[in-house]
Design a protein around this ligand. Structure first.
Ligand code: F6R
Length: 364
């Protein structure tokens, strides 16, 4: 059942090239995105004035990427909330609000309750889910299915990355309808997306490097992830993944915020994982790496291929294949998953069933 892998989590990490292909290929027709059966007509899309993305845990982290993607492509304002907060903050929900609920299982109690509240207040609800016929899928007005296949490990991997693919498709679909981007832009982005599966394969081939870093970091009790922009969204998920299965306390920080407090916690030997794939922000993140290094941090730097200068500053470096800035979270996720996996393994934890956690959270 684990297909020769030691754990479901590792199997599911390695299934991602297939999961990406299955999620995107039925929705790409030449140079355009098609979302058959979703029912988002041009009239509906033109009527959307604001978007709320609501989810829990890892799914909410996919939503952070989704917010950037949709805002950049469509210029429609997007807010993100964790579902356990959404209902209680009296959110401004109007009939021209699209509420996007994101849930692998489609059964998470808080997410389902948020969906019901949004509908009660007259919003249109779109669900991104991995489970056909789940409560969320049945109750939403529109559904985009991720094609990750069953996810067994408690720590979500392929479900998260296929949620990112779903957001790219949705953002492009809305943008091509609204004509907020050119047809050439859509074509270029789809071409770059279609290269992601083989680029993920290449990153899976570097698993040994993550195993080596995990050996270095396994005895720490504190660790930081830093990044800016979409890299920040990606490290928030990387940090959760590490925490939940390694039990190491970890925080994800927007790199520019470090000097507003957190730098005080960086001492000799503190591991820092710095993600710097956003070309426009590379130099800024690099200067934050220099700052933490000066306080004794041991840095794993992750950047796009070609940025060899990173090797002069970081203790370990991983280079990820070049893609469009918007798409890098779908690549950066993979080494961060592997790092979490190997750290959990090195600490002798139950990788697939971390303590105190359940795969599906059906109580609030
Ligand atoms: C973490 C993890 C959880 C889930 C969260 C929401 O790896 O799996 O944080 O993402 O419980 O679950 P779904 O997506 O099923 O609503």
């Amino acid at each position: 059942e684990k297909g020769g892998y030691e754990h479901f989590m590792l199997k599911e990490i390695f299934e991602q090239p297939r999961a990406y292909r299955d999620t995107m290929s039925p929705r790409i027709d030449g140079n355009r995105v098609v979302l058959p059966d979703v029912g988002l007509t041009a009239d509906i899309i033109r009527g959307i004035r604001r978007i709320h993305i609501v989810a829990c845990g890892t799914a909410s982290h996919a939503g952070l990427v989704g917010k950037s993607v949709i805002e950049q492509l469509t210029r429609i304002p997007v807010e993100t909330d964790v579902a356990s907060e959404y209902r209680y903050r009296d959110p401004i929900i109007t009939s021209d609000t699209l509420v996007i609920v994101v849930s692998q299982s489609g059964e998470t109690a808080d997410t389902l309750a948020a969906l019901r509240e949004a509908k009660r207040q007259g919003a249109r609800v779109l669900a991104v889910t991995n489970v056909v016929g789940s409560s969320v899928a049945r109750e939403a007005d529109h559904v985009i299915l991720t094609m990750a296949g069953p996810e067994i490990a408690v720590a979500s991997t392929k479900a998260y990355t296929t949620m990112l693919i779903a957001f790219y498709l949705l953002g492009l679909y809305m943008a091509q309808t609204l004509e907020t981007v050119t047809p050439a832009y859509v074509a270029d982005t789809l071409a770059a997306m279609q290269k992601l599966p083989e680029q993920v394969e290449a990153l899976l081939g570097k698993a040994d490097l993550m195993k080596k870093v995990a050996e270095q970091f396994k005895t720490t009790e504190n660790l930081f992830f830093i990044g800016r922009g979409l890299d920040y969204a990606a490290v928030v998920e990387g940090s959760l993944k590490l925490k939940e299965i390694s039990y190491i306390h970890s925080e994800a920080y927007a790199a520019g915020e470090l000097k507003h407090g957190t730098l005080a916690l960086i001492t000799e030997g503190t591991p820092v994982i710095a993600l710097a794939t956003q070309e426009a922000l590379f130099e800024k993140t690099l200067s934050n790496i220099v700052e933490v290094k000066a306080r004794g941090a041991v840095v794993l730097g992750i950047a796009n291929e070609g940025h060899t200068e990173l090797s002069k500053t970081a203790n370990e470096t991983l280079y990820i294949p070049r893609t469009l800035p918007l798409l890098t979270p779908a690549l950066a996720a993979v080494p961060l998953q592997l790092l979490a996996y190997y750290t959990s393994l090195a600490r002798g934890n139950d990788v697939d069933k971390p303590r105190n956690l359940a795969k599906s959270v059906t109580v609030e």
